[in-house]
Ligand binder design. Structure first.
Ligand SMILES: [Zn+2]
Length: 80
């Protein structure tokens, strides 16, 4: 009788570096001012120019990249 085989099974730590940061948009979306005010008062969601819907309290941090879609639409609105 022999063999004290010690076996160490290494459990790989699965590190999902992803933080599912609830519903905070990664982009800074353009939202019409009256919509922001309305949403702030009502406490509901705002609809960005691109159609993105998010709670007004969860808007992207200042300095976040501007949503390309919003930017495009905004440029159009300025022209029109
Ligand atoms: Zn957008």
């Amino acid at each position: 009788m022999s063999g004290m085989g010690t076996q160490t099974i290494e459990r790989p730590d699965i590190d999902t570096g992803e933080t599912t940061d609830d519903d905070t948009p990664k982009f800074f979306h353009y939202v019409k001012k009256d919509k922001i005010v309305e949403s702030a008062v009502m406490g509901n969601h705002v609809v960005a120019l691109c159609g993105e819907v998010f709670p007004v309290t969860r808007s992207a941090k200042p300095g976040s990249p501007v949503c390309p879609k919003c930017k495009k639409i905004y440029e159009k609105l300025k022209k029109g």
